[in-house]
Design a binder for this molecule. Structure first.
Ligand code: PLP
Length: 408
């Protein structure tokens, strides 16, 4: 948590009071530092695929460099990229797009999905507005909400309910001050994935609520391609096309095309909110790096079949991780249906007064395995293990962890 304005001298903005630094980015930096010092750490914290950027995307960047694509691009993004994003979204939301297809004008290209989420919250929220966030959640949501002046309101979704909120819970959480509902499927950190029926049931609650007409749905679909179980990915609007005028869909190529460092995401939303987000972006960061946009155009042209192998590799690694983790008998293991994380309960291993932050620190120092504590994701008795790494590291990491936990 930021502790600002304690010292004398020029003061900093109160905007950051109570806002936390990204725990995952910080932890990753510590692990990298340990590695450079020669410590043999098994890193199970990765928030990005360990595959390389598709060749076609690399070539598009090289061609763009040689073609002198070095000038500012439109703030909203290259027209060809906005078209490609609208088309991808239409493919995923067929029950909507047959009557109301998205067009380039509804798309804003951003510096990763993160900026799209931030822009959206900044464009929507007034001080005191409430934002419903199913918990566990991706750790940046509440911090972004606070930065935008809103108040995060968590809806607890335990492992026993598949880390998914129920229609009754949503109904009880609705109220006159609720302005946004954030949904994330597949989820980081839990891997939970909402089926079409489950999403439809949530949409029905919103439709019946007297407060439903005042809220925005922020649907973060950044892990759409990484589906590991039998339930297919479903976009919120595919299940609930009637919500077209109140939904902002967020996505990007970071996770789906292994382009995390190239910072390319987007929002697809009604023109009113797209325009507001565009104004914000135009006065802050302008258009996204031109080269990344050319790469994304190429990545979006690739057929789904090009990624099948990556997804089955994630599936295989997930199974390897779970099978070996279960050997520590007091770990609560849940099966992730998507993304590349397992969110596991370590409550029975906690020492008195300790939460997952202390546990992760202990495991890092004493077993040389880096895992991400669940506390900043909303659950102090869980840790997140990433299987976006090679099988040897997964096996070695699990073995070290199980050996350590058996001994303590
Ligand atoms: C759920 C979720 N949403 C959004 C993002 C942001 O993605 P990007 O790297 O495209 O900004 C992440 C990245 O970890 C994520 O896990």
């Amino acid at each position: 948590m930021m502790q600002l304005n304690k010292e004398s001298g020029p003061q900093l903005s109160r905007r950051l009071d109570g806002v936390s630094e990204s725990a995952t980015l910080k932890l990753n930096a510590t692990v990298q530092q340990m590695k450079t010092q020669g410590v043999d750490v098994v890193n199970l914290t990765a928030g990005e695929p360990d595959f390389w950027v598709p060749e076609a995307a690399k070539k598009a960047v090289i061609d763009a460099v040689h073609g002198n694509q070095s000038k500012y691009t439109p703030v909203a993004g290259l027209p060809a990229l906005r078209e490609a994003i609208a088309s991808k979204t239409n493919d995923q939301q067929k029950s909507l797009s047959s009557s109301r297809p998205w067009k380039a004008a509804h798309v804003l290209v951003t510096n990763g999905g993160k900026q799209a989420l931030f822009n959206a919250l900044m464009a929507i929220l007034n001080p005191g507005d409430e934002v419903l966030i199913p918990s566990p959640y991706w750790l940046s949501y509440p911090e972004m909400v606070k930065l935008a002046g809103g108040i995060p309101k968590f809806i607890p979704a335990s492992g026993r309910q598949g880390f998914k909120i129920t229609p009754d819970q949503l109904q009880n959480a609705m109220g006159p001050h609720v302005k946004v509902l954030i949904l994330n499927s597949p989820s980081n950190p839990t891997g939970a994935l909402y089926s079409k029926d489950e999403y439809r049931a949530l949409g029905d609650v919103l439709a019946q609520s007297p407060f439903g007409k005042n809220i925005w749905i922020l649907s973060d679909e950044i892990y759409d391609r990484i589906v590991l179980g039998a339930t297919p990915f479903c976009s919120f609007l595919e299940a609930n096309p009637a919500w077209v005028d109140q939904t902002i869909t967020i996505n990007g190529v970071s996770k789906s095309a292994a382009m995390t460092g190239w910072r390319l995401g987007w929002s697809v939303a009604p023109e009113k909110v797209t325009q507001a987000m565009l104004t914000l972006q135009g006065q802050s960061t302008s258009g996204v790096n031109a080269l990344s946009q050319w790469a994304a155009i190429a990545a979006l042209k690739l057929p789904e079949s090009d990624f099948v192998e990556q997804v089955s590799s994630f599936r295989k690694r997930r199974d390897l991780l779970l099978e070996n983790l279960k050997k520590a008998r007091k770990i609560d293991v849940y099966i992730p249906e998507g993304a590349f994380y397992a969110f596991v309960g370590i409550g029975q291993y906690l020492r008195s007064g300790e939460d997952s932050m202390g546990f992760a620190q202990r495991v890092l120092e004493e077993a040389q395995v880096a895992v991400v504590p669940g506390t900043p994701f909303g659950d102090p008795e869980f840790v997140r293990l990433s299987f976006a790494t090679d099988e040897r590291s997964i096996l070695e990491g699990c073995q070290r962890l199980v050996r350590y936990l058996d001994a303590v």
